[in-house]
Design a protein around this ligand. Structure first.
Ligand code: F6R
Length: 242
């Protein structure tokens, strides 16, 4: 396990972007696993700059996002598809038909079928580099703390904790979707290489538990200790308890 500690959020973002750029240069047809959330936004901005400077091209890249809310159309400002389009895809030369996000524009009754479809896609994908953030409770994707590690892509009922954390992006907590589709732990662990980004003091305890604690589904990210090629890219505050 590799740990990179940056001085601040900006430096963390650049270091993470450099790892992604290296992957793209090494293999221009890479498959990338991508995350949404606040943490990777700076990394996406750095990647856009590198593209604009002619350092990298995404034209042969395929992407697979970790997760998506159920019940939001693609053009809903809080859908993860909308997030990816606006924070990355619309600003680079990627072929949109090669960008994959679970379809969230469905009702809860259709969720299992969509999870199955996305699982098939991921299982055949061979992701070269997976980017992860981490929730304050140790979730990766929407794999919440529980009694067993979930394996494949699945439809998940979100915990009160996560609904509350995500409500900051909605007008009212009642608007936050109650379900999502997410890659499971096995889908994530199958990636050849993983980078997990974390920034800020509020992530320091969960980063310590993830890296130095027991491997347990109560801290879903702790499973990364078992991956053969994982790099944690942290800022000083997130790393402060290590
Ligand atoms: C997003 C995702 C989530 C986030 C996590 C951290 O696609 O899978 O697990 O990575 O909730 O979110 P931020 O970065 O907003 O703290």
């Amino acid at each position: 396990m590799k740990i990179i500690i940056a001085d601040n959020y900006e430096e963390m973002s650049i270091k993470a972007a450099n790892i992604v750029a290296e992957q793209i240069k090494l293999k221009p047809s890479s498959s990338l696993g991508l995350a949404t959330g606040g943490t990777p936004v700076g990394m996406y901005q750095s990647l856009i700059k590198m593209y604009e400077n002619g350092e990298i091209s995404f034209k042969d890249i395929t992407t697979y996002n970790l997760d998506e809310y159920i019940g939001l159309p693609e053009n809903h400002e809080q859908s993860y598809r909308y997030f990816m389009d606006n924070n990355l895809f619309n600003h680079i030369d990627i072929d949109k038909s090669k960008t994959n996000v679970p379809n969230g524009n469905i009702n809860e009754g259709q969720a299992d079928a969509e999870a199955k479809r996305y699982d098939k896609l991921i299982s055949n994908a061979e992701i070269d580099l997976q980017v992860l953030g981490i929730g304050g409770n140790g979730h990766i994707g929407f794999n919440e703390p529980c009694d067993i590690f979930n394996k494949n892509v699945f439809a998940v009922k979100l915990t009160e904790n996560t609904i509350k954390a995500n409500s900051r992006f909605f007008n009212d907590i009642s608007e936050v979707p109650k379900m999502a589709i997410t890659m499971g732990i096995k889908s994530i662990m199958m990636a050849k290489k993983i980078i997990l980004l974390a920034s800020g003091k509020e992530k320091s305890e969960i980063i310590k538990a993830t890296i130095q604690g027991n491997i347990t589904p109560k801290v879903p990210a702790s499973v990364l200790q078992l991956h053969r090629n994982v790099t944690f890219v942290l800022d000083k505050e997130a790393a402060s308890l290590l």
